[in-house]
Design a protein. Structure first.
Length: 266
């Protein structure tokens, strides 16, 4: 395994937080619109949010009469198709090209330019003082942020149960505050597979790196259902920590994603 040198002044930022925010907003909005028919019962309870989307200059949402949208006729794409149509690429989990590495993540379609958010690292977010001992036993999916915050990206066992419990706890009225579908084989957010990106080797150089991102309070509440992270202890004063994977170079169709597991801050 290798080390990645991060100058203290850079704060581990490959791209600006504003770029990460815009990418997530663009992708989640596309997922929301694609799944608009399923959102209808929720949006009927919050008409001001519903009107915001009905007024978008999108063919599928434009109707000649108010409230005449035929939700049953909506053509729903798969999450992977939405990803490709929105960001120009799609990714999926498959057997790694590294011997004995298990599952890896591949670009299955399109082209990913350098400096692009290509994936998210899902899981429960633990601050330094919070207990994670039992969840960490035999767990290879614990990600440590520079400030000591931990993200448990394990989709099985106790880790899975903790995430589901916290997700139910934090539901806000009709709105889900996090995505639980990353725990399944068919995540509704196709970017939420970053825990399966393998460490680089001497033969396979890193082509992505991890970047920490705190979700701002202005993030639309109706889009939080696609965030694959949740805090372990409920605290309305803290920002939700996310980790995105950003490309270090252009990545072509068929390539596997590789990163560095360890970061040295100097």
């Amino acid at each position: 395994r290798t080390l990645r040198y991060v100058p203290e002044s850079s704060q581990d930022k490959i791209i600006a937080d504003e770029d990460v925010f815009e990418t997530l907003l663009k992708m989640f909005t596309a997922l929301f619109i694609n799944d608009f028919s399923r959102q209808t019962p929720i949006l009927d309870l919050v008409p001001e949010v519903k009107c915001k989307y009905l007024e978008l200059p999108t063919v599928e949402l434009k109707q000649p009469k108010a409230n005449s949208y035929n939700y049953q006729s909506q053509h729903v794409l798969s999450p992977e198709e939405v990803l490709f149509n929105t960001l120009g690429f799609s990714i999926t989990r498959d057997r790694s090209s590294l011997v004995s590495a298990g599952t890896g993540v591949f670009v299955t379609k399109g082209f990913v330019p350098k400096g692009t958010v290509v994936s998210l690292y899902p899981g429960t977010v633990y601050r330094k003082h919070e207990p994670i001992f039992f969840q960490s036993l035999g767990n290879p999916f614990i990600f440590r942020c520079i400030d000591g915050v931990l993200i448990d990206g394990n989709d099985k066992g106790l880790s899975r149960a903790v995430y589901r419990s916290c997700s139910r706890r934090d539901q806000l009225g009709p709105f889900q505050m996090s995505d639980v579908s990353w725990l399944t084989a068919a995540p509704q957010n196709p970017l939420a597979v970053g825990q399966y990106v393998n460490n680089c080797s001497y033969e396979k150089a890193a082509n992505v790196c991890y970047q920490e991102f705190d979700v701002p309070r202005c993030f639309p509440v109706e889009l939080k259902q696609y965030l694959p992270n949740i805090v372990y202890s409920h605290d309305i004063q803290s920002h939700l920590r996310c980790v995105v994977l950003v490309t270090l170079r252009d990545i072509e169709q068929g390539e596997e994603l590789f990163s560095n597991y360890y970061t040295v801050v100097n």
